[in-house]
Ligand binder design. Structure first.
Ligand code: SF4
Length: 692
């Protein structure tokens, strides 16, 4: 019945909101994607969601394995031959350099099952400590800050729909109107305070826009805490009963009086005071952070500073208010829970905790000492590729680091120095084009699995379509390589449901406990948020965390002692403006998918740089002209868009484009020591006009 209409309910393949969708297919291809009635999107989608089916039939969709020939061309290959090439290459690297010389780089869009299996594959089949993923570039700072403050990190510790009752919402570094448009409907009633150097689409809908200089968000948060204290707005009972560490940070904040904060950030003392008063006016207030304040070398401290403010106002763990991080990637939440982070085992278990190691090793049927320890974090791992003591073989799943990693020219050179680069993808991304072996994989509408959205709600992804004949799932690929490396076949199941059953067992008793969640319960329509332990009577899941106490042993949240240190790079005569990077409505992440969608490419087909007209005039730039944006690391080419609402000391470049339009050619890999997050959001650059 190739022409029969088929319909299924699933979720959008892109961002962490994971809007519910209803897809219709005919003849093996998706015909339409429509919004489903799901709480986070309530019948709405953004333009990426509406057009998501187009990627399935991208003209350059990979349908057969490719292996690089001696003369440097990628040639079609059988699966057996391609997987033999991969296994032989991994064997050679292991024999020559040892197990840590093989590395794995995963992605925050992989399903829970794939992320879980990737961690198991790296530690058992490869025996390497070097596994990490692109989520390190996404929300790792907020995750670290959340763990430190609350004892566990779940992006939003409450359902998105709770925001609909908020009186005031402070969005720090989150341009929701472009990155997650359906979320805006939950903010309709709230007075929005937006912290962003750009007068973004979200800022245009705000009651108050605070426009700090790039890299000064931490100072601003300290200044707001100062005012909360001096204006008597701190919830003393909450602080006494539910937190620890207030006195230290109060002393620190004392030095951030409004005038000093204004001098450092550019945000007026009046605006600071208005923001704090709006937040403190009722208990129905939320503080939400996004990448804008998190992607800094002080990202963890900055997220912690906003958590400090929320704690001082008595918001987290209360029924009507709180703090949350707006996780970005499709499975940004689940992707960080199940073992593809270098320091982590499934269920948010720690790779350095003996009890955690023993539990997971038991589920995997190996002795605990078979599990290697933590290895290099994402940028450090990519930066060490091909170096004497670094990895010499790399397997990439669900990621495009040629575009998404900072200091992209350096990373391209490191990838080129490898003995073996293997990329599993469904389109020839920039990283796939540089690979020795390319393995074509199935896509979202062709596969089963689960994802965990930004609220910690576990969702079912359902298959409607058959994949192209030669594409295989990532699970099948990991199985095929592992078996060739001598691992028992049964250790690497390929059916998502079977993998999920194993994940449930591995997570049992962990901080992100999925043991009470089953495909059957999800398919029956239950809304299950972790933790959801496997109890005698089915556990209902936990939509709201921390109402009865935080996850630290004493039940109290922790204030963090943080101090503003500024961005790694100051502007100077050679590089006189700061560049910040981010997302736009029509594209997603490295753009490997959305640049292939006709409608989305028509909206934004090439890189651009937003510049204040005065700044443009000073640099000889005009609307629509080409410019070179250059930092100490390198430059990229972009078309000029004049924007009088920008700060004159700041330009903005979206990071979705490839080739010479890669924003990451100029970004700074200065790392946050706690999370490993690079400083994507502030680089000192110069602007030069280019001839057409
Ligand atoms: Fe997809 Fe995110 Fe757009 Fe929803 S907001 S349709 S999940 S990209």
């Amino acid at each position: 019945m190739p022409d029969a209409l088929a319909v299924t309910r699933t979720h959008c393949p892109y961002c962490a909101l994971q809007c519910g969708t209803r897809i219709t297919g005919r003849g093996g291809a998706a015909v339409t994607v429509e919004p489903a009635d799901f709480p986070v999107n309530r019948g709405r989608l953004c333009q990426k969601g509406w057009t998501a089916h187009e990627v399935l039939t991208a003209p350059d969709r990979l349908t057969t394995p490719l292996v690089r020939s001696r003369d440097g061309r990628l040639l079609t290959s059988s699966w057996d031959s391609a997987l033999d090439t991969v296994a032989d290459g991994l064997d050679r690297v292991r024999a020559r350099y040892g197990p840590d010389a093989s590395a794995v780089f995963g992605g925050g869009g992989l399903t829970n099952e794939k992320a879980y299996m990737l961690g198991k594959f790296a530690r058992l089949a490869l025996g390497t400590s070097n596994i990490d993923y692109n989520g390190r570039f996404c929300m790792s700072s907020a995750a670290a800050a959340g763990n430190d403050a609350f004892g566990v990190d779940r992006g939003l510790p409450f359902p998105v729909t709770d925001l609909a009752r908020a009186r005031t919402v402070l969005l720090a570094g989150a341009n929701v109107a472009e990155t997650m448009p359906p979320l805006m409907q939950h903010l309709d009633r709230a007075r929005l305070i937006v912290v962003d150097p750009r007068h973004s689409a979200t800022a245009r809908r705000a009651a108050l826009h605070l426009q700090p200089a790039p890299g000064t968000d931490l100072a601003l948060a300290l200044g707001l805490l100062h005012l909360a204290i001096t204006d008597g707005l701190v919830d003393k009972t909450y602080v006494d009963q539910r937190t620890r560490g207030f006195e230290t940070i109060a002393t620190r904040a004392a030095a951030w009086w409004p005038e000093r904060t204004e001098e450092v950030t550019g945000v007026s003392a009046h605006a600071q005071r208005t923001a704090v008063r709006l937040l403190a006016e009722s208990r129905d207030s939320y503080i939400l952070t996004g990448r804008g304040v998190e992607q800094h070398r002080q990202g963890t401290a900055t997220a912690a500073a906003f958590i400090n403010l929320a704690l001082a106002l008595g918001l987290p763990g209360t029924p009507g208010g709180g703090y949350g991080c707006l996780t970005g990637q499709g499975n940004g939440q689940g992707g960080r829970e199940h073992g593809q982070k270098t320091d982590q085992l499934p269920g948010y278990r720690s790779l350095t905790d003996p009890a955690d190691r023993a539990h997971v090793a038991g589920v995997w049927g190996v002795p605990p000492d078979r599990l290697p320890g933590p290895g290099l974090r994402a940028y450090e791992l990519l930066d060490a590729l091909g170096e004497e003591h670094g990895p010499h073989a790399l397997l990439v799943l669900g990621s495009n680091p040629m575009v998404s990693a900072p200091h992209a020219a350096r990373i391209a050179a490191r990838l080129a120095s490898l003995d073996l680069l293997v990329v599993a993808d469904f389109v020839p991304s920039e990283t796939a084009q540089a690979a020795d072996v390319v393995l074509p994989v199935t896509q979202w509408a062709e596969e089963e699995g689960t994802l965990t959205n930004l609220e910690g709600r576990v969702l079912r992804r359902r298959a409607l379509l058959s994949p192209p004949r030669s594409a295989r799932s990532d699970l099948e690929i990991l199985h095929g390589i592992a078996v060739r490396l001598g691992e028992p076949a049964e250790r690497y199941p390929t059916e998502p449901r079977e993998v999920f059953e194993e994940l449930r067992a591995a997570s049992r008793g962990g901080r992100a406990d999925y043991s009470g969640i089953t495909y059957d319960r999800l398919d029956a329509g239950e809304a299950l948020y972790w933790p959801c332990p496997d109890t005698d009577t089915p556990h209902p899941g936990t939509p709201r965390l921390f109402l009865d106490g935080f996850a630290h042993p004493d039940g109290r949240a922790r204030f963090a002692d943080v101090e503003h240190d500024g961005p790694a790079e100051a502007t100077d005569a050679e590089y006189p403006v700061h560049a910040t990077t981010g997302r736009i409505l029509s594209h997603y992440q490295s753009g490997a998918q959305t640049r292939r969608v006709t409608e989305l490419a028509a909206v934004a087909s090439e890189a651009f740089v937003e510049v204040h007209p005065d700044t443009a005039a000073r640099h000889g730039l005009a609307e629509g002209a080409l410019a070179r944006v250059t930092s100490a690391r390198g430059g990229m080419t972009a078309r000029v868009r004049l924007d009088p609402t920008l700060r004159p000391d700041t330009v903005f470049v979206p990071f979705h484009f490839g080739g010479d339009g890669r924003a990451n050619l100029f970004t700074n890999p200065a790392l946050d020591p706690r999370s490993g997050m690079p400083e994507f959001k502030v680089s000192a650059v110069r602007l030069d006009p280019l001839p057409e």
